[in-house]
Design a protein around this ligand. Structure first.
Ligand SMILES: [Zn+2]
Length: 95
């Protein structure tokens, strides 16, 4: 295993992040990283849960806390989503 920044092999374990992924730290340059960044592992099911919470007008912060995605991923996802939508008022269907 090498540091993604300086390619050093002096890597130590440095606890876990909120998603329970192992965090590693490079002893050479101090860079912290996880092996499989969560942004590549967002499943369709997770996106559908995000959509549902967005639809229910939850704040990004609460969605992030509820689902456990990163703030940067969520922000990007929402930006892309609204960019793809026609600019119109979204009328909620009453059940
Ligand atoms: Zn490094």
């Amino acid at each position: 295993m090498n540091c993604p920044k300086c390619q050093s092999e002096s890597i130590i374990k440095n606890g876990f992040n909120r998603l329970n992924k192992q965090i590693y730290r490079c002893k050479t340059c101090g860079r912290q990283f996880v092996l499989n960044p969560s942004k590549t592992a967002i499943s369709q099911e997770t996106k559908e849960r995000v959509d549902r919470l967005l639809f229910e007008r939850n704040s990004l912060r609460s969605i992030q806390r509820c689902i456990g995605v990163s703030a940067s991923w969520l922000q990007q996802y929402v930006n892309n989503k609204y960019a793809a939508m026609p600019r119109q008022v979204i009328v909620q269907k009453k059940l």
